[in-house]
Design a protein around this ligand. Sequence first.
Ligand code: HAM
Length: 426
Amino acid sequence: MTAYKAPKGTKDVLPEQSYQWQYLEALIRGIVKKYGFLEARTPVIEHTELFLRGVGETTDIVQKEMYTFEDKGGRSMTLRPEGTAGVVRSYIENGMGSLPSPVRLFYKITAFRYENVQKGRYREFHQLGAEAFGSTGPLVDAELIGMLALYFEQMGIRDAALRVNSIGCPVCRASYNQLLQTYFEPHIHGMCEDCRGRFGRNPLRILDCKVERDHAIAAEAPRLLNHLCADCQTHFDGLLRALDAQGTEYTIDNGIVRGLDYYTRTVFEFVSTSFQSLGGTICGGGRYDGLVEEIGGTPTPGVGFAMGLERLLLELEARDIPSPEPPPMDLYLAPMGEAAATYTASLVARLRRAGVRAETDLCGRSLKAQLKYAGKRGVRFAAVIGDSELSTGQVKLRRMRDGTEETVSLSELETGATARMAAFGD
Ligand code: HAM
């Protein structure tokens, strides 16, 4: 028989790991709520055209990494490689432009990129992201960055390295592109095929090349940050002032260009020191003032970020930051005999309604096997219920850690199990 395996670049999140995922999700949900974000849920598949326009035809994502297929109706569809394009489509399609600005949207998505698989780089991965539409000024950029910094802090990462940069607007980029072409001209014939393609279409992309020799040439290229137009410079200065005012630490990194075409002005990344091989980016984002219009909406500024959940988990692991363990079962009721089994089945149901994590036997096990099972499950307390307990109405509540027992009435167990177990102690 074939032993099926998960496709390359995908991972099962095992039951003991999913608790950690839920913890990270719950933490960010709690934070975004305080900032006024509501959740957006958009389809996993979109029309391919959306990403060609949205993410950009010269990006690696569009050129090499998309999972694109023709559906049975002959349409070209793509599994989303990121979340922003879909959220922007949804914003336009559902008329969210008429909502009070900024419209703040949060999302947790699965995304797909056909990548060279390595640690922290998968083909199916998960992003937590947020987008804010309708505000041009840098305050919203700073607010988003501050929100992220709070998230990192709350999960125990106090020194997340935040790098910020500005990549200007179409006005300053047009003259900067010429400057770049002049710089790269003498080198371009010896550079990789991708860079040669980027040279004419989008020379800024060359700065993001991962080929070592090209990277070295690009490192000496002029930086857009030194060639911003007056408006972009004012915006960037405003961002830095706002970050200072809110006490968010950052470094300016004029090498950040980001791998997607839609960015204007602010770009930022939170980087890890633990997996440098990936450039260490846990989270990336920035402003995209032209994207809504590009996708067919009325011109609306936007800014957002997304972070990879898998990379976040790697970072926590590398830093030895423990995340909470799933709480153990509170109580195991071990029935002996048919009458007791019927009784415990209804008692656990009532206990659960009252908020107690309780279990009973579902497998017809012997008493010994039941207690072994309860031990393996790490249950805090157990009680054996047989015919004599049913007739006296008294049971022995056993603290599993050390086997100590206390006598408890069945009625007290039913109405006050939590208090009784708390008084007994773990
Ligand atoms: P991105 O930089 O392409 O930006 O991805 C954001 C994050 O997703 C990365 O920092 C990384 O943690 C994670 N990620 C990306 N690719 C992979 C992969 N193959 N395996 C594991 N994790 C990965 C965006 O996606 C933009 N949409 C962010 C944004 C939102 N900008 C504005 N709004």
